[in-house]
Design a protein around this ligand. Sequence first.
Ligand code: UDP
Length: 318
Amino acid sequence: MRIVITGAAGFLGSHLCDHLLADGHEVIGMDNFITGSPDNIAHLAHNEKFSFYKRDVSNYIFVPGKVDAILHFASPASPNPQSKSGYFNLPIQTMKAGALGTHNCLGIARAHNAKFLLASTSEIYGDPEIHPQTEDYPGNVDPIGTRAVYDEAKRFAESLTMAYHRFHNVNTSIVRIFNTYGPRLDLEDGRALPNMIHQALLGQPLTVYGDGSQTRSFCYVDDLIDGIVKLLYSDEHFPVNIGNPNEMSILQFAEIINKVTGNTAGITYVDARSARDPQRRRPDITRAKSILNWEPKVSLEEGLRRSIPYFKQKLGIA
Ligand code: UDP
């Protein structure tokens, strides 16, 4: 296939490029580098099946030649207000990537009779009242809340995707991505894993926001990409959760990071991020298991061991 990936220089986008090229496809990457990094795709520069266009997909995009599939992964994604690349500091770009970017990508899919796959998010569930989250749970969100620019943009993107499927018969899929980590995650993006790995590798105490009782579950990037590619090759049109159901408190998570890195500086408690920080999050992956025959295989400790060399290299630690 000839496949377009937006957000190709991002954490997930770049891993998708690698995986789809390894599957024998031709890949056209697009990114405007507001949160992605050229470093993430530098190794593809001489791959003759890979081409790259610096583009803001919120504007009209033209792709010469045939297109068999388009995967829309362009968006800021970190909720950290301190992060320059987080969506708090890029609110309009985030809404445009989710709304206008999705519209442009769906337009390409329709014009080329191509498959469209939307990167959606567990954030569409907001601070969930049911646990674990199944795909039929409509969510607990606030259109003007602190996370709204991201979760409402992604909710709109899902609605638009289903409208193009139902009205224009475009072959669409929607993946709802839960917390994911691995090499190429931006150390500065402020999310729990890069923040804490960064602190641990520098021998500093890990910052736990609030009392650390809020829960998440963390999926290793190879598992996540495997699930997304299975969805791409499927005929499933309704949203599918992809993530790791191994739920833990953020405090437990911090303790595991200290253990795996051998950090003895402990933990410091700082103010909770906001009242809108989801208190519990865990994917119900029953649909992914039954429709895609997918489930994650890499444990958190193993995934951390695989990721740490990358973070050490970025920090210049031997
Ligand atoms: N968090 C933390 N310390 C940090 C960064 C994040 O305790 O240095 C907490 C944060 O408040 C949230 C959880 O870890 O409850 C996961 O945050 P992340 O930024 O990874 O993304 P989210 O899952 O909220 O989208």
